[in-house]
Design a protein around this ligand. Sequence first.
Ligand SMILES: Cc1ncc(COP(=O)(O)O)c(C=O)c1O
Length: 323
Amino acid sequence: MLDLKRQYAPLQQELLEAVGQVLETQQFILGEPVAAFEKAAAEQLGVAHALGCSSGTDALWLALAAAGIGPGDAVVTTPFSFFASVSAILRAGATAVLADIDPATFNLDPKAVDAILEGPRGQQVKAVLPVHLYGQPVASDFFRRIGPVHALTIVEDAAQAYGAELDGVKVGGLGQVAAFSFYPTKNLSAAGDAGMVTTNSDQIAERVKMLRQHGMRRRYHHDEIGWNARMDGFQGAILSVKLKYIAGWNNARRAVAERYHALFTAAGLAEAGPYPSCGIILPHEVAGGKHVWHQYVPSSPNAKLARKSTTLSRCTCRKPSNR
Ligand SMILES: Cc1ncc(COP(=O)(O)O)c(C=O)c1O
């Protein structure tokens, strides 16, 4: 679906120089190239700490483990995400409890989360892991209701949402700790696997640094069983180059989304939600949110219609369903 070469072509020279610099200095794991990226990313996202690691999946595990989530704890999350949102919870030794999503945003519905917190398993819940799916930040009523009211740790899965914002705050700084993925198809992408944890907590940051290096604070002194989850120097160098362009790329995605919206609407295909009957429900931005459109996902009741726009344009039924 995505031609990665289109982004590479105009950056080729700059990227090759950055990679060449890593070869010159031989700083292949963490080191200066990763430290420079972490500093620039923390500044851009407005957080105290950004810590590079080996993938978005590892970032989720590091975030949970560093926040003290483990055996005996339950974490509420969404069933509508990539596998890693749940597998990282299980890998941390905790139990995943699934709450339903809001069909209008595809993100966790705060009312569904509330129902779990007030139910029989509520006491066991130590954290909530919202996913900013497709680049859309979770709506502000989620952050108003869930974190402060229930004194829970919010672990953001921001894998698809680098640069997205809610009420002027960038994702990655909305909860206590957050995980990003730089998998090659993400809006900010590495040349391989890479990820990042962000937090404003000095204590969580210190634990992430320790856990990503086999639980070491001092070389060869293993305080805990961590993991090898470090970022490569090449990835740090490449990501530092791309950080300079990400705001422009996100704005270009927003312009494309606006164009889709206008064209679908002008073609008479857009329906009122929340569930489509014959046409399609267009994705929309939550109030106060800045969507970065990692993906533009309309909903249709008919998978064939969604795949074949020619068939879609022949559909004449406009009556919304009352489901
Ligand atoms: C929502 C979400 N969470 C977690 C991940 C895991 O990231 P990675 O593939 O870098 O391990 C991804 C990406 O694939 C994702 O889309």
